[in-house]
Design a protein around this ligand. Sequence first.
Ligand SMILES: *[C@@H]1O[C@H](CO)[C@@H](O)[C@H](O)[C@H]1NC(C)=O
Ligand SMILES: *[C@@H]1O[C@H](CO)[C@@H](O)[C@H](O)[C@H]1NC(C)=O
Ligand SMILES: *[C@@H]1O[C@H](CO)[C@@H](O)[C@H](O)[C@H]1NC(C)=O
Ligand SMILES: *[C@@H]1O[C@H](CO)[C@@H](O)[C@H](O)[C@H]1NC(C)=O
Ligand SMILES: *[C@@H]1O[C@H](CO)[C@@H](O)[C@H](O)[C@H]1NC(C)=O
Ligand SMILES: [Cu+2]
Length: 139
Amino acid sequence: MANLKPSLFLIIAMVVSSMEFNHSVATEHVVGDSFGWAVPQNAGFYAMWSLNHTFIIDDTLIFNFTDGFHNVAEVTKEAYDTCNTQNLILIQTTSPTRFTINNVDNHYYICTVGLHCKSFLKLAIRVSVPNNSSAMLSH
Ligand SMILES: *[C@@H]1O[C@H](CO)[C@@H](O)[C@H](O)[C@H]1NC(C)=O
Ligand SMILES: *[C@@H]1O[C@H](CO)[C@@H](O)[C@H](O)[C@H]1NC(C)=O
Ligand SMILES: *[C@@H]1O[C@H](CO)[C@@H](O)[C@H](O)[C@H]1NC(C)=O
Ligand SMILES: *[C@@H]1O[C@H](CO)[C@@H](O)[C@H](O)[C@H]1NC(C)=O
Ligand SMILES: *[C@@H]1O[C@H](CO)[C@@H](O)[C@H](O)[C@H]1NC(C)=O
Ligand SMILES: [Cu+2]
């Protein structure tokens, strides 16, 4: 009996917190949805995809592409804007690859193969910050 109370309290606490803070559960976003990560037909495709989604801290981006044809590099805003492939933060060459959003900064990704970045195989992510302390507590 003595051991029951703390564990019961823990279970209740877990249930309550999962109910109350359910809205902030981390989401996995497949970049480009079923199109995946490839040179898009429309210049605005990845900009539109980004606007169509809400990204919060702890969410994961999944890049799905054909190995050898594309890659994913996280880059600075300047490298994203100019498609500079010389100054990469991190590069992944094997699909599918995952990037977890671990800070509230904007994040920028490009493909460094050929002219793919200049052909709009590039993605900018704006991270949403919860408005109030109730949402903040869940982290
Ligand atoms: C919690 O999130 C899941 C998945 O998004 C959803 O199916 C479920 O209805 C949510 N529960 C509550 C209590 O909001
Ligand atoms: C964005 O959302 C609009 C409206 O739901 C949809 O028509 C469009 O295909 C979406 N585009 C992308 C790139 O996700
Ligand atoms: C990645 O793309 C392949 C081929 O289009 C598809 O079969 C697979 O389901 C995709 N994976 C994800 C996580 O979307
Ligand atoms: C924060 O509040 C504004 C205005 O009420 C709302 O438009 C926005 O979607 C909220 N952001 C989040 C992440 O809930
Ligand atoms: C605080 O965040 C919760 C969950 O996102 C939302 O339901 C509520 O309306 C927000 N309150 C204020 C004052 O923004
Ligand atoms: Cu590419």
